[in-house]
Design a protein around this ligand. Structure first.
Ligand code: SOE
Length: 402
């Protein structure tokens, strides 16, 4: 996260950072929240301006502009990128258009924020990373939206690992469980089609936990051994517009072309072992991302459904009174919390997007490389590819390409 510079002058007079966002569904709404709020909570060195939002359906994108507070609407992302009153392009579309939009935006001189996973294939992610590197030399920045690094409790966990409070890491146990596909009548939305989403639970949820595990461990995975499964192979076609994770169903059906669940183990170069589970079939689990780290000196545990808390066991304390304790991560000296509410007045899911904007705006103003970078996104993509390869080869241990 680094120590941000203090901005000069009153917020209203700071140089604007004019944002053009492509996509206006679930992630578009979440990112809008981030752009709208960050400058009103944090003392940012540049003033985010919600200049334009873009989507193909004119009536829907105008309604989204109105609802989320964007100054104008476009129906063609190429026109958005061509506008000289846009400094940064925020990509909130399905994965199949990430590469094309990001490459065009970087070529047009814009900074880019791209939703996860960075791309649908390693080849696309490589091209995007190469373009981002070239653009960095011209003063443009590119970041990928792994927002769960920006929960105050996960950011604190990273600091505690860096400080050596856990000592040498032995285990990371990570699960990301949702249940919105349990009903076989749920329609075949874009997240269930390989040509749009790249993969299923693996890219949607697995990408988050791979990034978070590597971020917390401070090192990349060296190799994986995996199982994937598609439980429901045929679903009703969607009817009308889809919103968030819901949609109407029609009479026709189509094939599910992605994984429904991915389970894999992994090995870090340091010797630590990790296990991962990503599924949208965990009945009763709505958005349960849990991670536990065990080290020689201590352990940490986090659950996204209780995101203001971090459990910590200090293994160096005498056994008589040692044990997991709950850190309520709402103190002003916890990450991101100096600008929010008094202790005990917790934050939620949406605040991760506000923190993402805060960090990106500082990076743009200070010319520093934002993390997670496109290179970080590419590395996650390589892990996802190794998982798919391993699953295809009866779970054979598969090194992650370097
Ligand atoms: C759907 O599974 C989803 O919206 C993901 O696409 C997001 O990345 C995650 O944050 C919440 O769940």
């Amino acid at each position: 996260m680094g120590q941000p510079q203090q901005p000069d002058g009153p917020p209203g007079e700071r140089t604007p950072l004019r944002v053009g966002m492509v996509g206006y569904a679930f992630m578009g709404a979440a990112h809008s929240q981030g752009w709208r709020t960050a400058g009103r909570v944090f003392d940012l060195p540049r003033r985010p301006v919600l200049a334009a939002i873009c989507g193909r359906d004119e009536a829907a994108v105008r309604a989204a502009a109105d609802r989320h507070g964007w100054d104008s609407a476009e129906t063609d992302w190429r026109r958005l990128i061509a506008r000289d009153d846009i400094d940064l392009v925020d990509i909130c579309t399905p994965g199949d258009s990430h590469a094309e939009i990001a490459l065009a935006a970087l070529a047009a001189g814009k900074h880019v924020l791209c939703e996860k996973p960075l791309a649908n294939t390693v080849a696309e992610a490589e091209a995007m990373t190469a373009a981002a590197e070239a653009a960095y030399a011209r003063g443009q920045l590119a970041m990928v939206g792994f927002n769960y690094r920006r929960v105050p409790a996960t950011a604190l966990a990273r600091t505690m690992v860096e400080e050596g409070r856990l000592g040498t890491l032995r285990h990371l146990r990570v699960t990301y469980l949702q249940d919105w596909l349990v009903d076989p009548g749920f329609p075949l939305t874009w997240r269930l089609r390989r040509e749009h989403a790249g993969s299923g639970s693996l890219g949607d949820l697995g990408a988050h936990i791979v990034d978070l595990a590597q971020f917390l461990a401070g090192e990349p995975l060296a190799g994986v051994s995996a199982l994937t499964e598609t439980f429901v192979r045929e679903r009703p076609l969607p009817l009308g517009t889809t919103s968030g994770l819901s949609a109407g169903a029609s009479a026709g059906t189509g094939a599910v072309t992605v994984d429904d669940a991915a389970l894999f183990t992994g090995r870090f170069a340091s010797g630590a072992l990790a296990s991962f589970e990503a599924t949208r079939y965990a009945t009763g689990r709505k958005n349960s991302l849990r991670i536990e780290l065990n080290g020689e000196r201590g352990s940490l545990a986090f659950d996204l459904e209780r995101l203001n808390e971090l459990s910590y066991h200090d293994g160096t304390e005498p056994g008589t009174h040692a044990g997991f304790r709950r850190i309520l991560v709402t103190e002003p000296d916890h990450p991101y919390l100096d600008a929010w509410w008094p202790p005990g007045h917790g934050l939620g899911y949406e605040h991760t997007f506000v923190h993402q904007v805060r960090d990106l705006v500082h990076a743009v103003a200070e010319g520093t490389r934002p993390r997670p970078s496109f290179a970080d996104g590419l590395q996650v993509q390589r892990v996802l590819a190794a998982v798919e390869e391993s699953a295809e080869k009866n779970s054979v241990y598969t090194p992650v390409a370097g």
